[in-house]
Ligand binder design. Structure first.
Ligand SMILES: [Zn+2]
Length: 153
């Protein structure tokens, strides 16, 4: 197979399972290394992607609470949803390991979930968000519970 420019296209998504994967390492000016992690909530071919409201709610909560994590918060570059709605990209400095991320996600989960209402979704308002009417409380609780169970298997 021809090597593509975007490294995620080099992965055979037919065999990819749910989990946490190191996707790419980006060198910046030969000085800094940024790691791109694949937080895969759904196996790609299960035909059951996350609902858009779930993706949006997890994006708000994790982008906020992971940055507050004492161990890895300062090393987080970005947390972004995948357009295919099967997971998220987390970018960190290269001091962070997969075990660190799994532990941090579990800490956030234990601290924040289950959420009870939109009051628990940080930044979900017209000032801070482009579409505050897109969310899911129940679906997010279920998706996060499933993913944390997968990470801690
Ligand atoms: Zn938003």
């Amino acid at each position: 197979m021809k090597k593509s420019v975007v490294s995620s296209f080099d992965v055979d998504h037919r065999t990819l399972r749910e989990g946490l994967y190191l996707r790419s390492t980006y060198k910046i000016n030969e000085e800094l290394s940024v790691l791109s992690w694949d937080l895969r909530f759904c196996a790609p071919m299960d035909r059951k992607p996350l609902e858009a409201g779930v993706v949006h709610t997890i994006e708000h909560l994790m982008a906020y609470y992971l940055r507050l994590d004492e161990q890895i918060g300062a090393a987080i570059v970005s947390f972004c949803p995948m357009g295919c709605q099967t997971g998220f990209y987390l970018s960190t400095m290269n001091t962070v390991t997969a075990e660190d991320i799994a532990a941090a996600l579990t800490r956030v989960y234990n601290k924040v979930f289950p959420i009870a209402s939109t009051d628990d979704i940080v930044g979900l308002n017209e000032v801070q968000c482009g579409n505050p009417y897109l969310y899911s409380v129940e679906g997010t609780n279920e998706a996060m519970k499933n993913y944390i169970e997968i990470l801690n298997k």
